[in-house]
Design a protein around this ligand. Structure first.
Ligand SMILES: Cc1cc2nc3c(=O)[nH]c(=O)nc-3n(C[C@H](O)[C@H](O)[C@H](O)COP(=O)(O)OP(=O)(O)OC[C@H]3O[C@@H](n4cnc5c(N)ncnc54)[C@H](O)[C@@H]3O)c2cc1C
Length: 502
């Protein structure tokens, strides 16, 4: 019997996708083959931070509260140079119910996601891996179903029949390689060291991180959990051999040289070195197959965004796959928008992080002096609120998606492709057991007709509009689909009709 979606990779992105699809009523299987490489060691936290937008999106399934309870809130970040305060990024100014950076080690994120998935009745099938697929290239757009060969824990094979395949199998993705989707890009590469360890000495504010801009390079200290810290320091432009894993004494030397002085590092939980670069596939979709998370897009760990971007890929794809698989929507542009939206969002995040990284790793003394004087403006980050909003990912929208309704004259509030700010205490758009758009409008006979005609796509109850002159149609992931001025309800009805048509 055919399932709806086979997900390859039970990491954070695969599990997020599985939970969303199951919640929306699709049948899924998640197959997971543990990497043999050292990153599968649970002591190595990898991702440490969840940002505001990810938490807002997780709130749609009720999962955000568990993450907040398990995490530690960071409210601000400080940039210092030569002992002087250069800039401050204040997350309390982020306009979100989650106006903080949340520290949660990746293993805890994975534990919470797996618990949520198990509650929905789905078990990750371990020691089970992707081997091959019945179709490739253009055939993937023509076929109505796929056959996927997977390896089983007993050494045997199984052929899984599925309507869709999603590769969430990380940076080494076998799905991506099988589909011959190369990772492109790479650009400027810088070498970094990372240490997770306890620090003693002068007091550091446990709810703020600090970045020290030093003439030899940058050092950042982030509070982690249980009194631990993550230290990240740049070693300059990557050339020739890959950077080597540092010893504790090298981390101590970096702290003494670039830090505030008086800090002692000890008992490292994880020491690592990496070469940072950003790469992504040209298209996140090939017919009935998709890639998401690190399989699609490798972010430099410096921005602390990879896992967040991947979970958002999963959430973006899930409601679209659910509407198409259930037959509610037939318009091809729904699935085509996944690559446009997530590829675009990834590009924007990469440039935000690249600007920060370039400023942080400047080696030329005159440039450092100008950077320190002009801080925010030099990085293109002024006003500061935008930095926090950019990192928290609440200002990223989908300006160029084919899903945007017509751009009308200026209207008060967010336009097509922009995030509709969620309101604390209100049921988030996209909650529930089927993906539904929300109408922000005052009641009228015309609006009530639209609600009736599109009951399969719309929340049954109207939400209060931001202005009485307008109607907002908001997608199940909380981005504005269309806005109609002067209560032109036909525009909304036409939009929904078009989504349903082939
Ligand atoms: C040092 C470091 C620090 C980081 N810090 C942050 C941070 O602070 N914030 C942040 O957002 N991100 C951070 N990241 C990035 C983050 O860890 C990744 O983006 C995230 O793990 C991606 O999740 P994923 O599910 O796409 O891939 P993975 O976590 O790699 O999961 C994919 C899974 O698929 C499995 N798999 C592989 N091949 C197969 C196969 N053939 N069949 C079945 N299963 C398979 C693998 O075992 C793997 O567990 C950091 C990364 C590093 C290295």
């Amino acid at each position: 019997m055919s399932i709806d979606v086979l997900i390859v990779g039970g990491g954070p992105v695969g599990m997020t996708l599985a939970a969303e699809l199951t919640r929306y009523g699709l049948s899924v299987r998640v197959v997971h083959q543990t990497y043999s490489e050292p990153l599968s060691d649970p002591a190595k936290a990898r991702a440490l931070f969840l940002w505001s937008r990810t938490l807002e999106l997780l709130d749609r399934s009720g999962a955000a509260a568990g993450f907040v309870a398990a995490g530690q809130k960071l409210t601000a970040g400080n940039i210092l140079a030569e002992g002087k305060a250069i800039d401050r990024i204040d997350f309390s100014e982020v306009e979100s119910p989650y106006n903080f950076m949340l520290t949660v080690p990746q293993r805890e994120t994975e534990r919470l996601l797996e618990a949520q998935l198990n509650q929905l009745g789905v078990q990750v099938e371990r020691d089970t891996g992707f081997i091959s697929l019945s179709h490739t290239g253009a055939e993937l757009a023509r076929t109505t179903g796929l056959k996927v060969v997977i390896s089983k824990p007993n050494g045997g094979h199984e052929v899984v029949e599925t309507k869709w395949l999603v590769g969430c199998d990380g940076v080494q993705s076998s799905v991506r390689k099988f589909l011959e989707m190369p990772l492109l890009g790479g650009g400027r590469q810088t070498d970094w060291v990372l240490a997770d360890l306890p620090l003693t000495g002068i007091g550091l504010n446990p709810s703020e991180f600090t970045v020290f801009w030093h003439e030899k390079g940058t050092l950042a200290i982030f509070p982690a959990q249980a009194g631990g810290y993550r230290i990240v320091a740049d070693l300059g432009k990557g050339t020739g051999v890959e950077p080597h894993t540092p010893g504790l004494s090298e981390i101590q030397a970096l702290l003494d040289e670039r830090g505030p002085g008086g800090l002692t590092a000890s008992e490292p939980v994880w020491l690592s070195a990496f070469r940072a670069s950003d790469r992504k596939v040209r298209d996140y979709r090939m017919g009935r197959a998709f890639v998401a998370g690190d399989a699609a897009n490798l972010h430099s760990p410096i921005g602390g965004q990879g896992l967040n971007m991947g979970m958002q890929d999963a959430i973006n794809l899930a409601w679209k796959l659910a509407l198409v698989t259930k037959g509610t929507c037939r318009n091809e542009k729904l699935l085509a928008s996944y690559n446009v939206e997530r590829g675009g969002a990834s590009g924007l995040m990469t440039s935000t992080v690249a600007r920060l990284t370039a400023a942080a790793s400047a080696r030329n003394q005159p440039v450092q002096t100008i950077r320190n004087l002009l801080a925010g403006a030099l990085m293109g980050l002024s006003p500061r609120r935008r930095v926090a909003g950019g990192l928290a990912d609440i200002s990223t929208g989908y300006a160029h998606t084919p899903l945007n309704g017509p751009e009308e004259r200026a209207f008060p509030g967010p336009g097509p492709g922009e995030r509709m700010p969620p309101v604390k205490g209100e049921v988030p758009v996209g909650a529930g057991d089927t993906p539904r758009f929300a109408l922000y409008a005052d009641a009228s006979p015309e609006i009530n007709d639209v609600l009736r005609q599109h009951a399969d796509l719309l929340e049954p109850v109207l939400r209060p509009p931001l202005s009485r002159r307008c109607v907002w149609l908001v997608r199940p992931d909380g981005y504005v689909a269309a806005v109609s001025l002067d209560l032109d309800v036909k525009l909304i009805a036409d939009y929904l009709e078009a989504l349903k048509e082939e």
